[in-house]
Design a protein. Structure first.
Length: 207
């Protein structure tokens, strides 16, 4: 149960970090490509309050998984639409993967000093887990996830329009099915394990 205080103290902040870093990365990259929209809408910040969604926050507290407000971007400011959208869309998951690797690095460093448990260990563990899963989950090509936006940049305009029109209307229900049927575990589980094995192997070389 997520409301158990012993897990809430670590899981809620860890997930909050994953959500905030993810959305900030989208905003930061879009801003770097000349789009003033994230800055004008107050999303170019690491303040979690700017990114929280009310329903997503409630779900976070009740069931341990939530979501943030999507960052508004205007691709018309990009010099190349497809290239810009790929960079902005992938920025969120990439930021999650980077945070996970940094936490693995810190975890391995602590373990090399003999610290193998405690509050810091639990916090790092959940931060790693949530960032890896959140990163890969968002790469699933179902609207409104980032993976769908990346996929559409490789399709023709007509194909992208048809894909978005057909899948968007069922996107929410498809995501619910994927999450609560266990399909997500089969999709993300092996990828998350592969990435974490790589992270620990790289960190293990140094420690």
């Amino acid at each position: 149960m997520f409301l158990d205080l012993s897990t809430l103290l670590f899981r809620a902040p860890a997930l909050l970090i994953a959500l905030t870093i993810h959305e900030y990365a989208h905003a930061c990259v879009s801003d770097s490509l000349g789009d003033p929209t994230p800055r004008m809408t107050g999303r170019l910040t690491l303040n979690p309050l700017a990114h929280l969604d009310i329903l997503g926050t409630i779900a976070l507290v009740l069931v341990g998984f939530g979501w943030a407000k999507p960052v508004q971007v205007d691709p018309r400011y990009y010099k190349d639409y497809n290239s810009g959208m790929r960079k902005v869309s992938f920025a969120g998951p990439a930021a999650n993967f980077l945070i996970a690797f940094l936490c693995v690095f810190i975890l391995q460093f602590r373990q090399s000093l003999g610290f193998t448990s405690g509050m810091a260990y639990s916090f790092l563990y959940w931060t790693i887990l949530y960032n890896v899963w959140f990163g890969f989950f968002n790469l699933i090509p179902i609207p409104p996830l980032d993976g769908s936006k990346i996929l559409e940049t490789f399709l023709s305009y007509e194909a992208a329009y048809q894909y978005d029109s057909m899948v968007s209307r069922y996107g929410f229900w498809l995501l619910i099915l994927i999450c609560y049927s266990g399909i997500a575990n089969y999709i993300i589980g092996p990828l998350a394990q592969l990435y974490l094995n790589l992270c620990f192997r790289v960190a293990g070389i140094l420690f």
